[in-house]
Design a protein around this ligand. Structure first.
Ligand SMILES: *Cc1c(COP(=O)(O)O)cnc(C)c1O
Length: 235
């Protein structure tokens, strides 16, 4: 990327942490800021770390592996937040603290199988396609109860909560409605009691709307461009 300097990234990260903390205090709950560091190099990740960021999220397995080999995330937690292909499951399980984007029983079974092989358990969030968008991943809202029930039968995984990327809307009210729907699903799912399912994390909200998401109950937000600057996909 190379648009922002190290000190600009640090300043941005501090500001985002501060804004999130204020929003969380207002909402009366805690929040975890995950810096979405896709397309940013190790030095940028370390700049955010220096400013107090302790959670990073990556979308692409290859990029994650590259930065892992450079110790980019030392001292921090690492999340996988992108679309996870079945043939890449083995590269991610056991290497990340949380897979935020699990959205099918088949994927959960593959994740669990690999975790069991490694003698571990993998924490996951279930991604919900709250806007029912064709092009987006995530389980449809009406499919969520069934997926939770299936997840409860799978060894090697621990479901920690829900994640969503609502449709891009220009009106705040529309975005808010999606966040509220997610909060309701989160509360509904919390009522279910399974050994390996605990609804403690609600991950929603990005650079444009993370304060609104926190007000609507998000206790995890994923923030990229507000920290690292705009991404340029043509480079
Ligand atoms: C890139 C990304 C984000 C952050 O997006 P920004 O709008 O840059 O804050 C959040 N979540 C996921 C899954 C992402 O891929």
């Amino acid at each position: 990327m190379g648009e922002l300097s190290l000190s600009q990234i640090r300043d941005n990260a501090r500001r985002v942490l501060e804004r999130a903390a204020i929003a969380a205090e207002r909402a009366g709950h805690e929040v975890t800021v995950v810096a979405a560091s896709k397309m940013n190099d190790t030095w940028a990740v370390r700049a955010a770390y220096d400013a107090g960021i302790r959670f990073f999220g990556e979308n692409r397995v290859q990029e994650l592996e590259g930065k892992l080999s450079e110790n980019a995330y030392a001292g921090a937690s690492l999340h996988f937040i992108g679309r996870l292909q079945k043939n890449k499951v083995k590269n991610v399980v056991g290497r990340v603290d949380l897979i935020e984007s699990a959205d099918s029983a088949e994927l959960l079974r593959l994740i669990g199988k690999k975790a069991v092989e490694l003698g571990t358990s993998q924490d996951v969030l279930l991604e919900v396609n709250i806007g029912r968008e064709e092009a987006k991943s995530g389980v449809a809202p009406e499919g969520l109860p069934g997926l939770v029930e299936e997840a409860a039968q799978i060894d090697g995984i621990f479901v920690r909560g829900l994640m969503a990327i609502p449709p891009v809307e220009t009106k705040k009210e529309k975005t808010e409605r999606y966040f509220e729907q997610m909060r309701k699903l989160f509360i509904d799912m919390s009522a279910k009691k399974y050994d390996n399912v605990t609804m403690s994390i609600l991950s929603m909200g990005m650079s444009a709307d993370f304060e609104l998401a926190i007000a609507c109950g998000a206790n995890m937000v994923r923030v990229g461009s507000a920290i690292f600057g705009e991404r340029h996909y043509d480079r």
